[in-house]
Every structure is written in structure tokens, then in C-alpha cells.
Design a protein around this ligand. Structure first.
Ligand code: NDP
Length: 292
């Protein structure tokens, strides 16, 4: 008999991920804080909208929420209905320490916890090509891998509970470094009279290239399209988690720490609900020029 699956949190990422689960042949129960979105998901993707208490009856429960705090809140709410032997898979870009506490709480109810944050953006979520990095027991990982395969392409077990979240936080901190650094460099080149399209053509055939120069800046900044897919507030949150990972490592890491300060400033000046690429609007403001 097929396991029952539930997905909690139908945001920019969760919505297409849960749709792909259903499309892969796993009848999926869905819950979202705003119930209208869950009902729309039902009619668009064929899932069944339920209350969290009903989702708790599933054998595999996915969550994709802004932070670990919202995950902990739902775990507390659903705890009385959770079933021993089930697995909770958290795709939030969460906090490793908070996840270890959630895992300990769930273990008391006989529920296993895996942190399984994802990378690849909303396009990767829609296409089912996410990278998924999983922390937790190998046995629980083996149980849920078929479901993860409905949502991702590169799926890797990376270590104990919390390690997926730690890796994701450092990955996004590196992305944040590259995005900001490229923004500063391109603004300076524009002031030297270089067309940013030409600059990017050269950089992307040279050693300074990154996902920021190859995709994000040409598609969002140079075009002035500014699509909203990943909030600046969420990227700043990820860099903040990266700082906690550094704290646990006893490393000075001045560049990564400075990056957190930079993004806190950008979030304050540009706003947490802006798209992450809009952080570069602050550089443009400082430079008195557009990267376009
Ligand atoms: P969104 O802001 O688009 O969606 C957030 C989701 O969480 C919505 O379903 C929202 O419900 C729900 N939510 C917000 N607050 C609460 C709360 N207090 N209680 C219950 N539910 C709540 O976020 P994303 O989908 O973009 O991001 C989700 C996670 O995935 C984050 O951790 C993010 O860092 C990570 N991520 C995002 C990527 C992206 O490109 N967007 C890429 C990779 C990872 P409602 O609809 O009611 O507002």
C-alpha cells in the first residue's frame, strides 16, 4: 500500500514542489496558512486541502516554511496527532540547532526528522530539478528518497540532522557574496563607460563568473525585469544562519561576516519583501547609476 503524504506550506517553492509530488503519483494532502491557496492547489494540481491535524496522519510529512520557528510551531500543533514510524522532512532553509531540537521533540513521538533544504529557485521547483541536501538518519533518507525524486534531480545525504541546513546556509552565503561583489564591480565598470552586457560577456568567459553573473544579474538587473521569486529577507535570513554555522567553527571568517552586515543594510534600505536581486538597487543608489 502507498504511504500517505502531506505537504505543509505552499509558498513560492512549496506550491510547485507539492504539485510535482502529486503529479508523480503520490496523492498529497496539502495545508497552507492562507486556506485559499491550498484550495487553488487542489483544483490546479489535484491535491487535497486539509487542516494540519489531518495532515498529521500522513506517513511522510513535508514542510517548506520561511524559518525553523514556523516549523517548530506546526510540530507543536500537530504533535498529538502525529503517528509513530512517520518521517517529517523539512525543506525549509532552516537553522541547524533549531532542527536538532525539533528532531529531539519528534523522536519522543517516534517520528523521524530529516532536514532537506533545496536549491534551484522557483524554476527548479517547477521543473522538479532541485538540488536537495538531506541531514538525518540514512534509514529515514532511504524511506523518503522516492518522494524527493519527484521534486529534485540531485539528491544527496550530507550527514546528521542539521547538516543539510548548515550546508544550505553556507551555499547561500557564498551566493550572497558573489551577487553583491558582482554588483559592486559592474557598477564601477558602468562608471568607466563599459556596457554591463559586454562586461558580463567577458566575465562569464573568465574566472570571475558565478550564478550571479551568469543568470541573476543578466536576467533580473540588466533587463530591469526584477521578477519576485526569492525574497531579500529570506536570503538575509540564510546568511544569518551561515553566521551561526561560523560561530560553531571558531573561525574568524571576516569576508562572510561582512556579507551579513551588507545584506542587513540592503534589507533595511530596500525592504525584506523585495526580490533578492533588488539588493543591487542599493549599490546603484550609491553609485548614482544603473547596471543596465
Ligand atoms: P514564500 O514567502 O513564498 O512562502 C512562505 C510560505 O510559508 C507560505 O506558504 C506562507 O503562507 C507560509 N507561512 C509564512 N508565515 C507562516 C506562519 N507564521 N505559519 C505558517 N505558515 C507560514 O517563501 P518561499 O517559498 O520562497 O520559501 C520557503 C523556504 O524555502 C524558505 O526557507 C526559503 O529560504 C527557502 N527557499 C526559497 C527559494 C526561492 O527561490 N524562493 C529557493 C530555495 C529555498 P501564506 O501563503 O499564508 O503567506
Amino acid at each position: 500500500m502507498k504511504s500517505k503524504v502531506a505537504f505543509l506550506g505552499l509558498g513560492a517553492m512549496g506550491y510547485p514542489m507539492a504539485c510535482n509530488l502529486q503529479k508523480a503519483g503520490y496523492p498529497t494532502l496539502v495545508w497552507n496558512r492562507s486556506a485559499d491557496k491550498a484550495r487553488r492547489h487542489g483544483s490546479e494540481c489535484g491535491t487535497t486541502a486539509v487542516e494540519p491535524e489531518a495532515a498529521a496522519a500522513a506517513d511522510v510529512i513535508f514542510s517548506c516554511l520561511p524559518t525553523s520557528a514556523e516549523v517548530a510551531g506546526l510540530v507543536a500543533r500537530m504533535r498529538p496527532q502525529l503517528r509513530a514510524g512517520s518521517v517529517w522532512v523539512d525543506c525549509t532553509s532552516g537553522d541547524p540547532e533549531a532542527s536538532r531540537q525539533i528532531a529531539a521533540e519528534l523522536a519522543k513521538a517516534g517520528v523521524e526528522f530529516l532536514d532537506a533544504p533545496v536549491s534551484g529557485g522557483t524554476d527548479g521547483a517547477a521543473a522538479g530539478t532541485l538540488t536537495i541536501m538531506v541531514g538525518g538518519s540514512k534509514e529515514a533518507y532511504a524511506k523518503v528518497k522516492p518522494y524527493l525524486e519527484a521534486m529534485g534531480k540531485k539528491i544527496i545525504h550530507v550527514g546528521p540532522v542539521g547538516s543539510g541546513h548548515a550546508l544550505k546556509a553556507i551555499n547561500n552565503t557564498l551566493f550572497a557574496v558573489n551577487l553583491w561583489a558582482a554588483g559592486e564591480g559592474l557598477a564601477a565598470l558602468v562608471k568607466q563607460g563599459v556596457d554591463p552586457r559586454v562586461a558580463l560577456e567577458v566575465i562569464n568567459a573568465s574566472t570571475g563568473r558565478s550564478n550571479a553573473t551568469e543568470n541573476v544579474i543578466p536576467e533580473r538587473v540588466v533587463t530591469r525585469a526584477w521578477p519576485h521569486t526569492f525574497k531579500l529577507g529570506l536570503l538575509t535570513k540564510d546568511v544569518g544562519i551561515g553566521m551561526k554555522v561560523l560561530d560553531g567553527s571558531d573561525l574568524p571568517a571576516p569576508l562572510l561576516r561582512l556579507t551579513y552586515e551588507v545584506y542587513q543594510t540592503a534589507k533595511r534600505e530596500i525592504g525584506p519583501d523585495a526580490d533578492h536581486a533588488e539588493a543591487l538597487k542599493l549599490i546603484e543608489r550609491w553609485a548614482g547609476t544603473e547596471i543596465s
